[in-house]
Ligand binder design. Structure first.
Ligand code: GDP
Length: 360
């Protein structure tokens, strides 16, 4: 149960029947557990709560399915206070009619008192369904819940449906969208990413949480394509960069890596350079200059940086920002000054973030 220290943070509350997949989701998304290892997870019988530090700190609480929170004796105020999102997990591979009635009962009990809560309904374990059946099941679940809520006169409920599985990237896409709704500054971040893309010649730019691989914001053009294959590739790129960084941690911590330092670090004004006016050091092809270990200690001396130039002319950038976040960006534009420009502008972006959020 949440400790007094984190009671005032936004809370994501996971609910749903036993064996629906709640613990698996928490472990895969927030603890890098391999999906197959979740089969060995023991069923949780007590409510759990943990603090997740990201751009904003929030708590993720899990309520075991066997506890009836609608019981009159249950302290509902304590449970639902500060809940920003109630994530309800529906096992789509199981008979779900009873699950849906439990979900609607919960919404009916909670919504009148806490109307601002987002009800995020995960139509989960869809990996086991054929494409046709997946679509039919999702439509059926959505229809039943919406109809039941309408019958109860609850048409103002903020309910959202996501098709998810821990065996592909869909659970990360869903949680990214869930968390973004709890960060009031997301529209500002989107605009900042737009300006960054425009001035730097980037096609896409995302602000990722390095450890969980959830993204907290994307530029406005890319946000329309959320959930595409690129998100998974970007997450893989983060993993590879962190792994490479760890691999060379020993050597880089004993030797000087000044070759990958750029003029960006020496610029003090906070204005983005424009692609046409760029001037700076000659292009660097590959850099990975952090001395951090996986887990990215906030005290490590330099930000994690990785640039990967692919044979098809695409270049991927990863540049660590603040609070364990990194920008992952893609461009197809080339030119001698491109990398220096990206380097410079990303550093300005980081300084901009620091102004809004004090470095943790
Ligand atoms: P909880 O009781 O709601 O916390 O459920 P668990 O996390 O213990 O999961 C119950 C079972 O569902 C475990 O065997 C998991 O491996 C399995 N599971 C969880 N998520 C998925 C998924 O996305 N797809 C499939 N096929 N199985 C899953």
């Amino acid at each position: 149960v949440a400790s007094s220290e984190n009671l005032d943070r936004p809370k994501i509350l996971l609910m749903g029947l036993r064996r629906g997949g709640k613990s698996s989701i928490c472990n895969v998304v927030f603890h890098n557990m391999q999906p197959l290892d979740t089969v060995f997870l023991e069923s949780t019988s007590r409510p759990t709560s943990e603090l997740i530090r990201s751009l904003v700190d929030f708590t993720v609480s899990e309520m075991p399915g066997q506890i009836n929170v609608l019981d009159d004796n249950y302290d509902k105020a304590r449970l639902f206070e500060n809940v920003g999102s109630l994530v309800y997990v529906v096992d789509s591979q199981d008979e779900y009619l009873y699950t849906l009635s439990n979900l609607v009962d919960i919404i009916e009990a909670v919504y009148p008192e806490y109307p601002s809560i987002n009800f995020e309904i995960l139509i989960h374990k869809v990996d086991g369904l054929s494409d046709d059946f997946k679509g039919d099941t999702a439509r059926d679940i959505r229809q039943r819940v919406t109809d039941d809520l309408l019958d109860l006169g609850l048409d103002g409920v903020k309910s959202f449906f996501h098709l998810t599985s821990i065996f592909n990237h869909s659970i990360f896409d869903a949680f990214s969208l869930i968390i973004q709704k709890l960060i009031p500054e997301v529209p500002t971040l989107r605009n900042m990413l737009d300006i960054l893309c425009e001035h730097t010649g980037l096609e896409q730019a995302y602000l990722f949480d390095i450890n969980s691989k959830l993204f907290v914001a994307s530029d406005n053009t890319s946000s329309s394509g959320v959930g595409g294959a690129s998100m998974e590739h970007f997450a893989d790129f983060i993993d590879i960069s962190v792994d490479l960084d760890n691999l060379y941690f020993e050597s880089s911590s004993t030797s000087v890596t000044s070759s990958s330092e750029t003029n960006a670090d020496q610029n003090n004004n906070n204005t983005l350079l424009n692609g046409n006016k760029a001037a700076g050091p000659s292009a660097l092809t590959t850099q990975s200059n952090s001395t951090s270990k996986k887990g990215l200690s906030p005290s490590h001396p330099r930000p994690l940086k990785c640039v990967s130039k692919l044979a098809n002319g695409t270049t991927l950038y990863l540049y660590q920002m603040i609070r364990g976040l990194a920008i992952v960006a893609l461009t197809r534009k080339e030119g001698p000054h491109r990398m220096a420009l990206v380097d410079y502008n990303l550093e300005k972006f980081r300084l901009g973030l620091e102004r809004v959020w004090p470095v943790a």
